[in-house]
Design a protein. Structure first.
Length: 329
């Protein structure tokens, strides 16, 4: 179903602002390296030239390293950015328990430990960046009723942990709402009645409008029975349909443009791109699938922004600003 957009299309860029590390090794727990933050002023300047207002979701090592905190305070002083909180459980005190893939997902930790770690993180951001974060994203994505309840205790107003059309062994966002919404506190993937905390999912979907339909087809093509026919690969190569995520780390520019067109045609009022600060390290970064350099990264953000501006009336927003705009519509 195609729904026309009413009002300006909002463009949001969120950056998981965190330590760099090697995914092949153990999750780093102490003495994390945040050299990538040295490139954040250059990145932010590029965003400013485009008009983009980034949201930096800052984790504990970045908030507590003097040099990176200084850089973020300077960026905040421009008035063209927002700082939120990003919880990497492996390197946020109290450090306790196992440190495996399972515990790297916030949603897998007991509520008491999530609460303690979040208190540490929020205090670190308040002390070192002089802001109270209103926006949150879990480490490793995904959110459940337990974490949502804790976010409310800390006064968070917007969550951005929902990753539509993605799933792994610990959680599924396959049924998640793919446009901004008020989440059901008991089942945050879906809209509910409460009006205390808002959800701003990243933009993901397909190269054609009507994402839920294509998601169903993608799922059917991925099923064990038909996997041997390699139908998902066939659909990708013939461009019949492609599952896409709006990040220059994961997705080529042409595919991001198709995704943006399809999201707008589907009626999504907010186009939400995401990336990780560690990708600013030249041709490195654990999420940088195509090992793109900074120049290429900046160019791909510019290409998406200019493509969108050529088609619709765009307003650049931080996550909190986008939530406010959408709630008042
Ligand atoms: Zn992260």
């Amino acid at each position: 179903m195609t729904v026309p957009n009413s009002g300006k299309v909002l463009f949001v860029l969120s950056v998981d602002t965190e330590e760099e590390f090697d995914w092949e090794g153990a999750f780093p727990q102490r003495d994390c390296c945040v050299d990538n933050i040295n490139y954040l002023p250059e990145f932010h300047q590029h965003c400013e030239t485009l008009g983009v207002r980034p949201t930096y979701l800052v984790d504990y090592p970045v908030a507590t390293t003097a040099a990176s905190a200084t850089i973020l305070r300077a960026i905040l002083s421009t008035g063209s950015a927002e700082v939120g909180a990003h919880l990497h459980p492996w390197c946020t005190p109290p450090i306790e328990g196992e440190n495996t893939e399972r515990e790297s997902h916030v949603i897998n930790l007991p509520a008491t430990l999530v609460r303690s770690k979040l208190a540490t993180l929020v205090t670190a951001i308040e002390d070192n960046l002089q802001v109270r974060p209103k926006v949150f994203r879990t480490g490793r994505w995904g959110i459940d009723a337990k974490v949502m309840e804790i976010l409310l205790e800390f006064g968070f107003e917007v969550d951005s942990s929902v990753y539509p059309y993605y799933e792994n062994q610990y959680f599924s966002c396959m049924d998640a709402c793919d446009v901004p919404y008020w989440p059901d506190l008991g089942y945050p993937n879906r809209p509910g009645q409460q009006r205390r905390i808002y959800e701003l999912p990243i933009t993901s979907g397909f190269n054609r409008p009507g994402f839920p339909f294509w998601a169903g087809l993608h799922r059917a093509f991925s099923s064990i029975i038909v996997r041997k026919a390699r139908l998902v690969g066939l659909a990708w190569h013939t461009r019949l349909f492609r599952k896409l995520f709006l990040s220059p780390e994961l997705t080529a520019v042409d595919d991001m443009l198709r995704l943006v067109d399809a999201a707008v045609a589907s009626g999504n009022p907010a186009i939400h791109m995401f990336l990780h600060s560690s990708t600013l390290l030249e041709e490195r970064g654990e999420y940088n699938r195509h090992k793109i350099g900074r120049a290429e990264l900046y160019q791909s953000i510019r290409a998406v922004v200019e493509h969108l501006q050529a088609r619709v009336d765009v307003e650049f927003c931080t996550i909190s600003e986008a939530a406010q705009r959408l709630q008042s519509r």
